[in-house]
Ligand binder design. Structure first.
Ligand code: NAI
Ligand code: MG
Length: 484
């Protein structure tokens, strides 16, 4: 009987999402005090589709004066927003959540066009989760006294929020929803390669009737971000991005009264024990590292396989990555989309080169890749050890470093031997092992027999160089409140 071979005998017909109904402006301005306004810099930069190299739109670059206007507008709005009946605040946030749901398809397509992620992910993960964050925190707005009884919770004031390019709308939701639910007002800056869905969110916010100035959205690159960090009238900085910029922010705000939460890089350990359900674990390994092209701070980028099953797991993994579809993010069959930017692709390629130079054994399946756009095939590194650069440093791409282990104590020591402490995964049928590892792994999130599962009710954040503070759940509210 011939074996069903999905790689060689089956081809998927393309199923590309249409972009005909997507309405994008040629130029996007800043969203300050409830209006779209031109930047004082008069400068615009291009936002590019990383799968085609085409310019999708021009985005305004905010300068110091613009940031000052945005902060002043947020400060003015804070006076009334913080005093508004909490139930009324909640109504606005519910409305924003509903409006995201209503326009979910449009948002998903724009997210994939601007950032390169597969439509399957933006449609099924990013956009629904973003709406869920608004729903979840809308529900808390009038229950803060129940969440923190006898502590008299009060908002902090104006929050400066800086977000990365890997989950553009979702990170905006993680930042804005809890902040405004607690009665704060915000100045948010999306990442320079992926501003569009944040600006589309600004349109929704305008339409929702949210009082002017409660949410201000300013665009630009690192300099614009630094202006927010250094503005004297900001009460809190919430940042998600690289550990290097996190360190810069800490230096800048040292000695000021600004509060901060930093969600930085990671190098998650995904640990597969010999008693795990191997096929499920292989799927889990794939999801852990190749979800969103590996542009995930909590990606399972270090795989630890118990020695007795290493051969079979690696064989299955190689077979499985050969069937992954790399290509057009808007095709519903695509598993791995485009790398977010030319800069990020150069970083990933630099690490792949270092990995080989240091003696790692590379495995990449053959895939036909378009000449235009930024692409990287799923990549495995075998024969690497703790001291290899590809094991130690965050690559933020579809590159998995594979090591083996014999005992539980050995793998705990190896998994914790990293400057980061954000996430880990454990695959085993034994509950007692799960309990031991969840206690001994130094990671903010440990998934058991699954990976990359997110929920607004669950706190997320790291230890060590992965940053501090938690987003999501009750913990996420606490980061935007003071207690008197
Ligand atoms: P980045 O940290 O420079 O960018 C993140 C955000 O910070 C962007 O909005 C950016 O404009 C802003 N920013 C940059 N410099 C700033 C400054 N001096 N002050 C205030 N804001 C500033 O990250 P980048 O350069 O895009 O990526 C480099 C590496 O960082 C990646 O390869 C990856 O390893 C890591 N990274 C981690 C993320 C995470 O989710 N933990 C997200 C993005 C990047
Ligand atoms: Mg772009």
């Amino acid at each position: 009987m011939s074996k069903l071979n999905l790689n060689k005998t089956w081809n998927y017909a393309t199923a590309t999402e249409s972009t005909n109904h997507i309405l994008l402006k040629e130029k996007y301005d800043l969203f300050i005090n409830g209006e779209f306004v031109k930047s004082n810099s008069k400068k615009y930069f291009d936002t590019i589709n990383p799968a085609t190299d085409e310019v999708i739109a021009k985005i305004a670059e905010a300068n110091k004066k613009d940031i000052d206007l945005a902060v002043k507008s947020a400060r003015r709005a804070f006076r009334s927003w913080s005093k508004l009946k909490a139930k009324e605040r909640g109504k606005y946030i519910f409305r924003i959540a509903r409006m995201i749901q209503e326009r979910a398809k449009e948002f998903a397509i724009i997210e994939s066009m601007d950032g390169g992620k597969p439509i399957r992910e933006s449609r099924d993960v990013d956009i629904p989760l973003a709406a869920n964050h608004f729903f979840y925190y809308a529900g808390w707005s009038d229950k803060l006294d129940c969440a923190f009884p006898n502590q008299n919770p009060k908002p902090l004031g104006v929050a400066g929020q800086i977000i990365p390019w890997n989950f553009p709308l979702l990170m905006a939701a993680w930042k804005i929803a809890p902040a405004i639910a607690c009665g704060n007002t915000v100045v948010l800056k999306p990442a320079e390669t992926t501003s569009l869905t944040a600006l589309k969110l600004a349109e929704i916010i305008q339409e929702s009737g949210l009082p002017k100035g409660v949410v201000n959205i300013v665009t630009g690159a690192g300099n614009t971000g630094a202006e927010i960090v250094n503005h004297p009238d900001i009460d809190k900085i919430a940042f998600t991005g690289s550990t290097n910029v996190g360190k810069l922010i800490q230096k800048s705000i040292a000695g000021t009264k600004k509060k901060s939460t930093l969600e930085l890089g990671g190098k998650g350990a995904n640990i597969i024990f010999e008693d795990s359900a191997i096929d499920q674990a292989v799927e889990g390994i794939i999801n852990a590292i190749f979800f969103n092209q590996g542009h995930v701070c909590c990606a399972g980028s270090r795989l630890f396989v118990q020695e007795s099953i290493a051969d079979i797991v690696i064989k299955k993994l190689k077979e499985r990555i050969s069937s992954l579809i790399v290509g057009n993010p808007l095709d519903k069959n695509t598993d791995i989309g485009a790398i977010n930017s030319k800069e990020q692709l150069a970083t990933i390629n630099k690490y792949i080169k270092i990995g080989q130079e240091e003696g790692g054994e590379i495995y990449q399946p053959k895939c036909s890749i378009s000449k235009k756009g930024n692409w990287c095939p799923p990549t495995l590194f075998l024969n690497v050890s703790q001291s290899h650069t590809v094991v130690q440093e965050e690559i933020f791409g579809p590159v998995l470093a594979i090591q083996t282990f014999r005992t539980i104590d050995e793998v705990i020591e190896k998994a914790n031997n990293t400057p980061f402490g954000l996430s880990a995964g454990v695959w085993t049928e034994k509950g007692s092992k799960i309990f031991k590892l969840t206690q001994e792994l130094n990671a903010g999130v440990v998934w058991a027999n699954t990976y990359n599962k997110f929920d607004p009710t669950s706190p997320f954040g790291g230890f060590k160089e992965s940053g501090f503070g938690r987003e999501g759940g009750l913990h996420g509210l606490k980061a935007y409140l003071k207690f008197e």
